[in-house]
Design a protein around this ligand. Structure first.
Ligand code: SF4
Ligand code: SF4
Length: 327
């Protein structure tokens, strides 16, 4: 790791959505958790407060010394001992029971031996099934016949975030056989895309990468703001995030660009299950900004962002729900 390069400039602290939220005062911050704790054995005094981070990567991007803060924080989490937070215990129980972090509501499995797998992820199968149906239908209408496999389990990304490495590895082994049956894997969740690329070594594609260059239209009226997901912009790539915007604008959506559109929704990194009050508070601040801008709603490209912002009462659409093929 490269923590020794810290020049104590504080840029990471200013970038952190948790530290800058009124409910985030118990989070020691990225410098303490990511730089000091690994070197000076401060971990014992930090305890479970190390889990008060959404893993949004904003600190890492702000750091002039290129310190891999998020990676350091995840390593620390994997070494933590002691009792897990109730929400994280529940997540692990769900993994044991269903193989996914939440119970599965989706029932429209498509297991026809196609060479493309659409992998909606736990939230897409458990909480945002309309989103999943929309993306599946969009892919089909673009000529991409695909499976949605009941055998594919959680990708393991949420478990790495809470330090449950063994459980994540168990899922990786279980999924590897299923994934090997496919030539192409398409995801809706940038966290899943990132995990499949980094941990499984599979060149999975986020749906934005698939849609780029397609002839698309939209019947959305009014003005729509964006929630640019952390794991899309700072995980997959900033260019993929730009593609989200250009796809929507080319389809005729009136997109309102706002400062902070790429700020964290508050839901990632195990925060929604572990510290729902902070997660909700960060989401509320974002939703207040959208409301003040007078937009009709928000478009994003991550089931988690859809879920967490949508809980605050604003209309949130996934890109797969906002556009359709031009006939
Ligand atoms: S990853 Fe995001 S939430 Fe976590 S410390 Fe860095 S800026 Fe804060
Ligand atoms: S931004 Fe980087 S160099 Fe500056 S205080 Fe944070 S970790 Fe240290």
């Amino acid at each position: 790791m490269n923590e020794g390069r810290c020049v104590k400039c504080g840029s990471c602290l200013r970038a952190c959505p948790v530290l800058n939220d009124p409910s985030g005062s118990r989070f020691p911050g990225p410098r303490t958790v990511g730089v000091d704790a690994p070197r000076f054995l401060e971990r014992d005094s930090i305890g479970q407060n190390a889990l008060r981070c959404t893993t949004c990567h904003a600190c890492e991007w702000a750091c002039p010394s290129g310190i891999t803060l998020t990676r350091s924080m995840l390593k620390l989490r994997s070494e933590m001992s002691g009792e897990r937070l109730p929400g994280h215990r529940k997540m692990l129980e769900n993994i044991s029971s269903f193989g996914r972090t939440v119970s599965t509501e989706f029932s429209g499995w498509m297991e026809d031996g196609n060479r493309i797998l659409y992998f909606p992820g736990c939230i897409g199968l458990g909480r945002s099934t309309d989103l999943t149906a929309s993306v599946s239908s969009l892919l089909t209408s673009l000529g991409m016949k695909h499976d949605i496999s009941s055998e594919a389990m959680c990708c393991g990304s949420p478990l790495l975030k809470i330090g449950a490495l063994d459980a994540a590895e168990g899922l990786r082994r279980r999924n590897a056989e299923v994934f090997s049956r496919y030539d192409r894997i398409i995801t809706s969740c940038p966290g899943c895309t990132y995990q499949l690329r980094e941990v499984y070594g599979i060149e999975a594609e986020h749906v934005i990468e698939v849609l780029k260059g397609s002839d698309l239209c939209s019947n959305l009226e009014g003005r729509w703001a964006l929630q640019v997901p952390c794991h899309l912009r700072r995980g997959i790539s900033p260019w993929t995030a730009e593609d989200l915007i250009s796809i929507l604008e080319s389809a005729g959506v009136s997109v309102v660009r706002m400062p902070g559109e790429d700020g964290c929704c508050g839901g990632g990194g195990g925060m929604l299950s572990g510290f729902p009050e902070t997660s909700g508070s960060i989401a509320r601040s974002k939703v207040d900004l959208y409301r003040r801008a007078g937009v009709n709603g928000v478009i994003t490209a991550c089931p988690f962002c859809s879920l967490n912002l949508g809980r605050e009462g604003i209309k949130v659409l996934d890109i797969g729900e906002a556009i359709a093929p031009k006939h």
